[in-house]
Design a protein. Structure first.
Length: 275
């Protein structure tokens, strides 16, 4: 069953207000299919009944969380858009090391991290870089609006087929291979380098204590309209050190000339100091 036009529009407005995600009419079939599963799980009679439940004043916080989990797209993979990790490895990390002092710690933020493949990829790249540099320290914050995705990310457990794009030497070093199962797990020492927290990019301010050297916020802006893209990018800049780098998805661009960002390559920006 497909949601009625009226209820779909109400639902789309609610989702956009809370997450910034645009849900045009063309996505009504997809959203209806996802909400059908929630309808059955709650033992409701119809998808329309489910819609009325989550949009009502008395809706439980968990119901609204489950709604966001149902409609958000959590597509990701290890070493996705690998040119970004090449740039990190070949340019950004050596530059940071050259200008940093003893005891400095590199800080990275994987925003909209989904089920964790991106921050764990970052951790592998940094671990490899730091292997020959005694005292090299780093910290990765990974955030997402979906609590279900974060739960999976924290576990660090994936199907073996999801790791096929990883270089073989990294698979052998950073994955625990479970015998007689199709599952692997990120090694504990790498999991400890990544801290996962829920965060909604639509919030006015983010509860972050320190600026970052590198922010990955990839394949998120495609779901926002232009004003939302500009507003979120401006907030990200507040938490990015001058001289730091912002990565977005290959299919995305930031065209707001008011942002303190300079393009240095495909979907990568340098944060400049504001006058």
């Amino acid at each position: 069953m497909v949601l009625s036009t009226a209820n779909y529009r109400k639902l789309a407005r609610r989702i956009t207000a809370e997450t910034g995600i645009q849900l045009p009419e063309g996505k009504r079939m997809m959203v209806s299919g996802r909400l059908q599963r929630r309808t059955r799980a709650l033992g409701l009679n119809s998808i329309e009944e489910y819609c009325e439940l989550v949009l009502s004043e008395g809706a439980k916080a968990q119901d609204r969380t489950d709604l966001i989990d149902a409609v958000t797209t959590n597509t990701t993979e290890f070493f996705r858009e690998p040119e970004h990790f090449d740039l990190l490895r070949q340019k950004i990390l050596p530059e940071w090391r050259q200008r940093s002092g003893p005891g400095d710690r590199m800080t990275l933020w994987s925003a909209a991290c989904s089920s964790g493949q991106e921050p764990y990829t970052l951790a592998m790249v940094l671990a490899e870089f730091g292997a020959a540099l005694p005292g090299f320290c780093y910290r990765i914050l990974a955030t997402d609006i979906s609590k279900t995705a974060l739960q999976k990310a924290r576990s660090g457990i994936y199907e073996r087929r999801q790791t096929e794009r990883m270089p073989r030497e990294l698979r052998s070093k950073y994955l625990l291979q479970a015998k007689d199962t199709p599952l692997v797990r990120i090694v504990p020492e790498l999991r400890r380098q990544v801290v996962f927290h829920p965060l909604n990019l639509m919030d006015t301010d983010y509860p972050l204590a320190e600026p970052f050297d590198v922010i990955f916020c990839r394949n998120v802006f495609i779901y926002f309209d232009r004003p939302t893209q500009a507003a979120v990018a401006a907030k990200l800049c507040r938490y990015l050190r001058p001289g730091g780098y912002l990565f977005i998805g290959h299919s995305e661009s930031l065209v707001d000339n008011q942002l303190p960002l300079v393009s240095i390559g495909r979907s990568c920006y340098l944060r400049i100091a504001e006058e």
